[in-house]
Design a protein around this ligand. Structure first.
Ligand SMILES: Nc1ncnc2c1ncn2[C@@H]1O[C@H](COP(=O)(O)OP(=O)(O)O)[C@@H](O)[C@H]1O
Ligand SMILES: O=C(O)C1=C[C@@H](OP(=O)(O)O)[C@@H](O)[C@H](O)C1
Ligand SMILES: [Mg+2]
Length: 166
């Protein structure tokens, strides 16, 4: 078994939102690895970062992704930092990977004050700029499809993604 598609991109790209809409359009299940991690840890992501640290979160993330890539057959959304791990990028090369790209200005608007995203808690705009610069080449390196999301409605983006996957 393998996911119908894996959705990647920066925080605020719309992975969780669009992934759910695409799954609905295709009539398949949706899961977000952040939700799997929270269920396994028994606490929300900001608490995992505070209590256990980012490295512990990344370890849970690697394991949740490796399992989902072999056992889940719907639309799978990843967290924005999942592609930082080389082993995860290697695993993704066997899959249909939809990269939702976003420019800084739309990402900033969408994440707001960064609530629920511990990496963005201090200075969302400056941190997002750094993350986007660091990660764009990594997202592109594993993407089989790239969709720009700026100034577009989620339903419009989801229609395009579902169309690509049919
Ligand atoms: N294309 C879009 N246009 C406007 N707002 C969006 C769009 N996609 C997502 N959002 C909003 O931006 C926020 C972040 O979306 P989310 O799906 O959680 O992104 P991600 O999982 O990539 O971090 C949510 O409030 C969501 O409703
Ligand atoms: O960019 C990151 O490193 C992270 C993004 C988050 O997911 P979203 O991209 O869905 O916000 C979540 O996995 C965690 O807070 C770390
Ligand atoms: Mg998300």
């Amino acid at each position: 078994m393998a996911p119908v598609a894996v959705v990647i991109g920066a925080p605020g790209a719309g992975k969780t939102t669009i992934g759910g809409l695409v799954a609905g359009l295709l009539g398949v299940p949706f899961v977000d690895t952040d939700a799997i991690i929270e269920a396994e840890a028994g606490k929300p992501i900001p608490e995992i970062f505070i209590d256990d640290g980012e490295d512990a979160f990344r370890a849970l993330e690697r394991s949740a992704i490796a399992t989902a890539l072999t056992e889940f057959s719907g639309v799978l959304a990843l967290g924005g930092g999942a592609i930082l791990h080389e082993g995860t990028r290697d695993l993704l090369k066997q899959h249909t990977v939809v990269y939702l790209s976003v420019e800084l200005s739309d990402a900033v608007k969408r994440v707001g004050l960064g609530t629920g995203r511990p990496l963005l808690a201090m200075n969302p705009r400056a941190t997002l700029k750094y993350l986007l610069d660091q990660r764009r080449p990594l997202y592109s390196s594993v993407a089989t499809h790239t969709i720009a999301t700026d100034n577009r409605d989620p339903s419009d983006i989801a229609d395009e993604v579902a169309g690509l996957l049919k």
